[in-house]
Write a protein that binds this ligand. Structure first.
Ligand code: CA
Length: 310
């Protein structure tokens, strides 16, 4: 059962199917491609600044190893938290690479080097406001609090800091649409209780935890407005001629929750899917999700405009 509103196109780390993830150019492209929301993963620096970056470590998408040799921890990784903002500003961001330097998505934008940098959360929100101002088109932000328990052990209350920055930027007049997401249920519950945040919360759900029960969804509905499940918790592969799907979308809707699954990639289709169009059709038209995280906002925008007209 679909809910009434048109499904949202959430640009996963920007239009990261085309440009290096979480760079401002990737956000600008996603905006131009008609995304409804632009995602920000948020981690903290050594000097307590908040930057838009996906990993706790810098290894896979920056040139940190050549620029700051010797600054890795005992585990061999370079952590954002070990660098001041001014140091992070000197890093070049490029395509995601494996430990042997191989491109993780060989078909995507391949250039590395100093062209692209890491923005702070506040800078990125100002940048997006600028795009809205110049175009007259609205867009929302979709920040994620990355690993709050790890950050707390590192001496920083990341959730509280994110709320603080949002309060003075996205929530300032005129307020932008915001969804705040996190994998850690205790953190979202705490932010609701302790800080009385009125922002819509999204409980992310990793596929390793399995499909949540009706009772668990009811608990989530007590503090969140949406779930962001892995698409693997909804699509289970082929079943004869059709797709095997779970009841999660209907169950969540019954609990009053919106459903924003992740991650839709045209260059990395789930097993059994012949095309990106088939995948979008299943989730958007047949299952009726309320939005989806995609690396390719243009393709989702075109599909929705063509098949789910306003
Ligand atoms: Ca994320």
């Amino acid at each position: 059962m679909a809910s009434a509103a048109r499904p949202l196109v959430i640009a996963h780390r920007g239009a990261c199917g085309y440009l290096p993830e979480h760079t401002l150019v990737a956000k600008a492209l996603a905006f131009g491609q008609g995304a409804d929301y632009l995602e920000q993963d948020v981690v903290a620096t050594r000097d307590g600044e908040l930057v838009v970056f996906h990993d706790l470590t810098l290894d896979e998408v920056t040139d940190v190893a050549t620029r700051f040799p010797g600054r890795q921890r005992a585990d061999g990784h370079f952590y954002c938290r070990d660098f001041d903002l001014e140091e992070l500003r000197t890093l070049g961001v490029g395509p995601r690479r494996g430990s042997a330097g191989e491109l993780q998505h060989p078909g995507r934008f391949p250039e590395s080097g100093g062209r692209f940098g890491i923005p702070t959360l506040a800078e990125e929100i100002r940048f997006i406001r600028g795009l809205i101002h110049a175009s007259g088109r609205a867009v929302g932000i979709y920040p994620e609090i990355k690993d709050p328990a790890w950050h707390r052990a590192e001496g920083i209350d990341l959730g509280a800091r994110v709320l603080q920055v949002l309060e003075s930027t996205a929530c300032a007049d005129p307020p932008m649409p915001v969804f705040l997401q996190c994998f850690d249920p205790a953190e979202l519950q705490r932010l609701r209780r302790e800080f009385n945040s009125q922002l819509p919360f999204v409980q992310l759900i990793n596929s390793i935890y399995g499909q949540p029960s009706a009772r668990e969804l009811e608990t989530i509905a007590g503090y969140a407005q949406a779930i962001g499940p892995s698409l693997k918790l909804i699509y289970r592969g082929r079943a004869g001629k059709g797709a095997a799907t779970t009841t999660l979308v209907d169950d969540a809707h019954s609990a009053g929750l919106l459903v924003h699954p992740y991650t839709f990639r045209s260059d990395d289709l789930p097993v059994g899917m012949a095309s990106f169009g088939e995948l979008l059709d299943l989730f958007l038209r047949q299952l009726g999700v309320d939005g989806l995280f995609t690396d390719f906002p243009d393709l989702a925008r075109v599909f929705i405009d063509r098949h789910l007209p306003a």
